[in-house]
Design a protein around this ligand. Sequence first.
Ligand SMILES: [Ca+2]
Ligand SMILES: [Ca+2]
Length: 140
Amino acid sequence: MRYLKVIAQDRSGQGAADIVYFEFYEDDQLQRKATEADRQRLKSFSKTYLKCAWYNRGEGEDRHLRIFSQNPSADGTPETVRLHFHEGPTINYKAAAHDLDNDGGLEVILSSDVDNDGRADRTDRRRVASMAREFLKLGR
Ligand SMILES: [Ca+2]
Ligand SMILES: [Ca+2]
């Protein structure tokens, strides 16, 4: 399985993440780190991810996101984007976006409180939809 690993860190100890970085994985093997071009394309993704407040103190990597797409019907366009918010090897919480009619738009967003503000609401679903869309852009 291929996925993008997203790690945010609070290196300055200010109580908020100040850096986000990306690594491309396949079957739990690191394939490559993000290039400058990837980082440019993932700018808006980074912004949204920082709002999720899922970060490590200092240079830790325990808390991270694994995001990947699935295309069970193998028709060439992804049907589902899944977001797994990890604490080490454990999935702490998840979200998903589904393209039910395969037109490239994501109709169904399943999400809990992904931005950790204590409420599971429309804002969380908006963040998930935005990250899913930005992630899919990478594959084009
Ligand atoms: Ca659709
Ligand atoms: Ca929330």
